[in-house]
Design a protein around this ligand. Structure first.
Ligand SMILES: Nc1ncnc2c1ncn2[C@@H]1O[C@H](COP(=O)(O)OP(=O)(O)O)[C@@H](O)[C@H]1O
Ligand SMILES: [Mg+2]
Length: 244
C-alpha cells in the first residue's frame, strides 16, 4: 500500500478538493483506494456524503482496527474513513506516542488497499509530523503568493526538524488565477524548482461547485479542465512513487 498525504499548514488552499478528486481518479483506475479524513471538520466525508459510524471516535481510531469504521462510497474501489469531531484533540493523544504512531495504525490496512490518501488538517503539530512520517508522498497545494512560498520554506524546515525525507515532499500550484500578476510572477519565479510538480490546478468554478454537487468533478463534469487537472496531478504523483 502506498500512502499520499495532502497536507499544508495553511487552510483554504485546496487540500480537501485535491484529496477528494485524487482519491476518485485513483479508484477509477481500478486501484483499491481509501480516503482517510483526518480533519475534524469532516469536509472530505461531506463531499462523499459519508458520515462516521455512531460509535467511532478518536480513542477507537488510536486503537487501530480501522476496518470496522471504514465506509463505502457511491463509487467502486473507493472507501472512506470519515473524521470524527474528537479528532480535534488527536495532538494531545499523540503526545506520548512518538511520530510513528499513525504509520503503525495505517500499516494495519496494507492488505486491504493499494492506495491510502490522507486529507490532513491545517497546522504544523504532532499530528502533522505523524501524518508526514506515515506518508510515502506529501503533496502540498501552494496558492501562488509570497506568503505561501514562505509557508513552503517553513514546511521544508519542519521536514528537517522531524527527520522526514525531503524527497517525498511535492508541491503544486493550486487555485491559480492567470489574471493575477502575483500568481504569474510567483509561478515564473518558483515553478521550475524541483519541489514543484508540473501540474497546476487553476481556480475553477467546477471545483467550487463541489460544495453543492457533493461529487468529484470527474463525475459531474468528466470532460472539464478541472477533471483533467486532477487526473494529470494524480498521474504525476503516481509516476513519482515508482521512480527512485
Ligand atoms: N481549484 C479550485 N478552484 C476554485 N475553488 C477551489 C479550488 N480548490 C478549492 N476551492 C474552494 O476553496 C475552498 C477551500 O478549499 P479546500 O479544498 O476545502 O481547502 P483546504 O482543504 O486546504 O482547507 C472550498 O470552498 C473549495 O471549494
Ligand atoms: Mg480541508
Amino acid at each position: 500500500m502506498k500512502s499520499i498525504a495532502v497536507y499544508s499548514s495553511k487552510g483554504g488552499v485546496g487540500k480537501t478538493a485535491a484529496a477528494v478528486n485524487l482519491s476518485y481518479v485513483c479508484s477509477q483506475r481500478g486501484k483499491k483506494t481509501l480516503l482517510c479524513d483526518m480533519d475534524p471538520q469532516g469536509a472530505a466525508g461531506f463531499y462523499y456524503r459519508v458520515r462516521p459510524k455512531p460509535n467511532f471516535n478518536r480513542k477507537k481510531f488510536l486503537k487501530g482496527n480501522l476496518q470496522s469504521f471504514i465506509r463505502e462510497t457511491d463509487y467502486p474501489h473507493l472507501d472512506l474513513l470519515p473524521a470524527h469531531f474528537s479528532f480535534r484533540n488527536l495532538d494531545l493523544a499523540l503526545d506520548r506516542e512518538g511520530n510513528g504512531k499513525l504509520k503503525h495504525i495505517f500499516a494495519g490496512l496494507a492488505d486491504d488497499y493499494d492506495y491510502l490518501i490522507l486529507d490532513c488538517p491545517p497546522n504544523m503539530t504532532l499530528l502533522s509530523a505523524n501524518l508526514i512520517m506515515a506518508a510515502d508522498r506529501v503533496v502540498t497545494p501552494v496558492v501562488p503568493s509570497t506568503l505561501s512560498i514562505l509557508a513552503l520554506a517553513q514546511l521544508v524546515k519542519f521536514f528537517d526538524k522531524i527527520d522526514a525525507d525531503r524527497k517525498k515532499l511535492q508541491a503544486f500550484f493550486s487555485m491559480v488565477e492567470c489574471r493575477k500578476n502575483m500568481h504569474g510572477d510567483t509561478i515564473k519565479r518558483f515553478g521550475k524548482k524541483k519541489i514543484f510538480l508540473r501540474t497546476q490546478v487553476p481556480y475553477l468554478a467546477d471545483v467550487e461547485k463541489m460544495g453543492l454537487t457533493r461529487q468529484p468533478v470527474a463525475v459531474t463534469r468528466p470532460d472539464s479542465v478541472a477533471a483533467e487537472a486532477y487526473d494529470k496531478l494524480w498521474m504525476e504523483v503516481w509516476k513519482s512513487l515508482f521512480r527512485k
